[in-house]
Design a protein around this ligand. Structure first.
Ligand SMILES: *Cc1c(COP(=O)(O)O)cnc(C)c1O
Length: 547
């Protein structure tokens, strides 16, 4: 549904889209024959403006003709019994290593369509249930038909989350046996043929988060594209569950971290769920000062990020610290320009930025303001925050407001800044410019998380609850630090957070610079060398695509 192609194309909402973008970028670097399919989302996700801590959502339209070329092909998809025409744009991703790879942006804004249908591909995750289902028809059915119309011969379809699962139904339709060949009791479809061509990556560790539609709505919107009794056998009895549909019609299914695969096996008993832990794209998520450093010391690191394992011994402490100071200076300038807050380059800086939503617990750091004030009086700290809340996530918006209230209450003892409109550029400035990357999700709700991996590429250690990727990435005191213990109750997390900051992390930062740089190097050599998109894509190819 979303692919974060570049900062100027605002068609992504968070980690899911960033991961899809990093998948495309890694495939281009590795020379893989892959084509991406997504929606044009002409209205953008939204531009976030903050007034007194209140989030205002402004349209963020973009012009596909500025970045892509119009596809000549058009295909029709069935919506409420009428054809809706789907055209699109070819965006060509030009990798920094010379790889080129196409991404198709589907677009219903065509003269052939009614005014309402023309707006179907405007709003990412916007509109009501019916709008959403129609978008998924465009993505799944329209996407498959567009690829065929353009002459692609597809060996494997990879569904990134359940949003694209109608694709598998379209493939079933293509693989229906001719009625005259079907004897009573015989299957009407080549189910194995479809399953062999599909793989599915699930991202949502809670049942409530799965994409579901009432059958009444599905029947009305999909019309005679589906045969309801047959659909119920693959998509669940009570509702059209896109996750179930994708699970049943894919031979290969995976979660995005080891723990997430385990959680998913519990959620979907009877399915084999593999684990391919996410990774981030090296060149995209490394600040210029570190790119220069790695280019000098570890030539070829972008193609083989495993080389970063050598950073520990092959790069001097002085060079690491100096590259970090450059990145930190850039962040301080960005914060000054965008929020007016003047940060201090000599003060330990904590970063926290991600989708603002309840399970990420952005307020955990602020659960005891007096304690935070005291802590900062002994060992100064400053905090940079950012993140958007989904327009309908009222809890998320309340959290943004709450963070602003805390910022006011803590001033001037603790310097704090909230950068508006979190996007790819802000993310890079933050993950590279802070000293410590904080993550406080409520387990087991963080399927993977990726921003801590981006921080690792810039020698920034993580301080995180043990959930998602951090269960695999945390080596205590070597790559960063854990908040609390794995599988322990989460009500002790605030205490654990303050305790470790006060007794371990901040003292190390201020009193033992070589010790601190050793952890920075640990993050690079042990985590960036592993949690990267190149390892991830090599595994997808070997295990999911070539079966
Ligand atoms: C990396 C990134 C995310 C995802 O961060 P998580 O740590 O996985 O929550 C979201 N938004 C932007 C802009 C990002 O760059």
């Amino acid at each position: 549904m979303e692919i974060a192609l570049r900062n100027e194309i605002p068609t992504y909402s968070g980690g899911l889209g960033i991961l899809a973008g990093d998948t495309v970028r890694a495939a281009a670097d590795l020379g893989l024959p892959l084509v991406g399919v997504t929606l044009a989302s002409r209205a953008g996700y939204f531009r976030q403006e903050l007034r007194d801590g209140n989030q205002h959502e402004l349209p963020d339209p973009w012009d596909p003709s500025r970045w892509g070329s119009r596809l000549e092909a058009k295909v029709a998809v069935p919506v409420e019994g009428r054809p809706v025409w789907v055209g699109g744009w070819a965006y060509v991703h030009e990798g920094h290593m010379g790889g080129r790879l196409p991404v198709i942006l589907l677009d219903t804004d065509l003269d052939e369509n009614s005014p309402d249908d023309r707006r179907l591909t405007d709003h990412l995750y916007g509109g009501d249930e019916a709008y959403r289902l129609k978008q998924e028809i465009v993505l799944g059915i329209g996407g498959a038909r567009m690829l065929q119309a353009l002459g692609f011969s597809i060996r494997q379809y990879h569904m990134n989350e359940g949003h694209a699962a109608l694709l598998a139904l379209e493939l079933m339709r293509r693989r229906a046996y001719a009625p005259e060949h079907v004897q009573p009791g015989d299957p009407a479809f080549d189910l194995q043929g479809v399953r062999a061509r599909c793989c599915f990556t699930t991202h949502t560790p809670v049942d409530a988060g799965q994409d579901k539609f009432r059958y009444e709505l599905a029947q009305r919107v999909l019309g005679d594209f589906v045969d309801l009794p047959a659909l119920k056998r693959v998509a669940g009895d009570d509702c059209l569950n896109m996750t179930r549909l994708a699970l049943n019609l894919s031979d290969y299914v995976n979660g995005v971290a080891k723990r997430h695969a385990e959680t998913s096996r519990g959620l979907f008993p009877g399915y084999r769920v593999h684990a391919i832990t996410n990774g981030v794209h090296p060149f995209t998520w490394t600040a210029p000062s570190f790119i220069q450093l790695y280019n000098r010391a570890l030539a070829g690191w972008c193609h083989e990020p495993e080389l970063l394992v050598r950073a520990e011994c092959c790069i001097s402490d002085q060079a690491i610290w100096s590259a970090h100071e450059t990145a930190k200076r850039h962040l301080i300038d960005t914060v000054q320009a965008r929020s007016g807050v003047e940060l201090d380059a000599g003060v330990a800086t904590i970063g926290f930025a991600r989708r603002m939503t309840a399970y990420k617990r952005p307020d955990l750091l602020f659960s005891d303001l007096a304690r935070l004030r005291e802590l900062s009086a002994d060992t100064p700290l400053q905090v940079v925050l950012a993140g958007k809340a989904h327009p309908r996530d009222e809890d998320g918006k309340r959290l943004i407001k709450l963070l602003h209230d805390h910022m006011q209450a803590l001033a001037p003892a603790v310097r704090l800044a909230y950068l508006p409109n979190y996007d790819m550029a802000t993310a890079l400035a933050m993950v590279s410019g802070v000293d410590l990357w904080l993550n406080t999700p409520l387990p087991p709700l963080e399927a993977s998380g990726t921003s801590g991996m981006k921080a690792a590429f810039n020698g920034v250690p993580s301080f995180s609850v043990l959930d998602g990727w951090w269960l695999e990435g945390c080596i205590e005191g070597v790559t960063g630090w854990a908040i609390g213990q794995a599988d322990a109750a989460s009500d002790g997390h605030a205490e654990a957070l303050y305790g470790k900051l006060a007794t371990t992390i901040l003292p190390l930062y201020y009193s033992d610079r070589p010790g601190w740089i050793a952890v920075m190097k640990g993050a690079i050599s042990r985590n960036a060398s592993f949690f990267n998109s190149h390892r991830m894509m090599r595994r997808y190819v070997a295990e999911a695509y070539v079966r």
